[in-house]
Design a protein around this ligand. Structure first.
Ligand code: KG4
Ligand code: ZN
Length: 335
């Protein structure tokens, strides 16, 4: 019988706990934080406070619903970084306290590695090597995955994350935070080729999304000065054209990287993986090239402890434990 591990995630605005036994995730309890909505983005101090309020109940629910008494755990795992330092600190401190009280080993997990390993929670799973595009409100990375714990970032954003580009563009259109899901919805009723926005061209497999936000802003400013009703009249076309641009940018680099590294398995992770156009365009790219495409269930794309548990499982098998001296890392390189 493999290990039973409790995993805790608190890097941003989801407080989450999960239990894994022998590589099988038993549950994935997630408490989201609605407190940030009225501020149009995650407020770090409020995130820390909400984690403190929620963490005991979330962990308690994960253990009781899995039918696991704390004494039966073989290890306690937690997200060490990257993320908001105050938010991470709540999960790290809680995990350390619990491990100390129960006299159990600790396992630290890199959040970005966990996003990739979310692909192993449920079948069908990708075969190694594969290329994973991790896209969310905080990250945009192309990761070449050679093994469960051997992965390398081959391209990443040099400024904003792709999800941030969706959210900031949404804000300019007067769409509430987080704007990504609503842009996706309005885009379905619009034309993706209605408008064109200048993109920043980046070398290699890196990305840049701050330029597209700026050109979108200047475009809207120029059009609304001519017609104050411009946004209201063209909302769906604006959403569809912006989404088309962002998805094209994401997949163009992914296609190039897959060819450069000779990879035939493509995977996508992170909150933006929920985007319907990204999903369909990725599937189309796979079909065109004869590559396999993997997209996890939505609950495993956004921040969750099940993926932390999956990473912890492989680290446990590798004997990779951490000490009580560990502290969180706001920046934590994958490789
Ligand atoms: O992974 P996630 O829940 O949290 C972070 O770690 O950031 O990702 C949230 C991001 C937000 O930027 C949100 O707008 C975006 O994912 N998102 C979407 C969609 N659903 C969520 N972006 C585009 N289309 C969607 N359907
Ligand atoms: Zn994340």
């Amino acid at each position: 019988m493999g290990p039973t591990i409790l995993a805790i995630e608190s890097s941003c605005d989801e407080t989450s706990a999960a239990v894994i036994t022998n590589g099988k995730v038993l549950n994935n309890i997630i408490a989201s934080q609605s407190v940030h909505q009225k501020y149009g983005g995650v407020v770090p101090e409020l995130a820390s406070r909400a984690h403190q309020q929620q963490i005991v109940q979330v962990v308690d629910r994960a253990l009781s619903e899995a039918g696991i008494v704390p004494g039966r755990l073989d290890a306690i795992a937690f997200t060490r970084g990257p993320g908001l330092i105050g938010a991470l600190l709540v999960g790290v401190s809680f995990a350390k306290g619990l491990a100390l009280a129960l006299q159990k080993p600790l396992i630290e997990v890199n959040h970005m590695q966990a996003h990739v390993l979310a692909h192993f929670i449920k079948d069908p799973v990708p075969a190694f090597p594969f290329l994973c595009l991790t896209v969310s409100g905080g990250h945009t990375q192309l990761v070449l995955v050679e093994d469960f714990l051997t992965m390398r970032v081959v391209g990443e954003t040099q400024d904003d994350a792709a999800g941030e580009a969706f959210d900031k563009a949404a804000k300019l259109l007067g769409i509430p935070y987080p704007g990504g899901p609503l842009i996706d919805r309005y885009a379905r009723e619009g034309r993706g080729d209605a408008f064109r926005f200048a993109r920043t061209v980046m070398p290699g497999f890196d990305y840049s999304f701050s330029g597209i936000k700026t050109s979108f802003m200047y475009f809207l400013r120029a059009e609304t000065s001519k017609d104050p009703e411009f946004i209201a009249k063209h909302r769906n076309d604006l959403c569809a054209s912006l989404q088309r641009t962002l998805v094209d940018m994401l997949l163009e680099k992914m296609d190039k990287a897959a060819q450069a590294f000779g990879v035939t398995q493509l995977a996508v992770a992170g909150g933006v993986a929920a985007n319907s156009e990204l999903r369909s365009a990725l599937s189309a790219l796979g079909a065109r090239r004869g590559w396999s495409v993997y997209i996890p269930d939505f609950q495993y794309c956004t921040d969750n402890a099940a993926m932390i548990a999956m990473a912890a499982h492989y680290k446990f098998l590798a004997g990779d434990f951490t000490s009580q001296e560990v502290s969180p890392l706001a920046r934590y390189a994958l490789s």
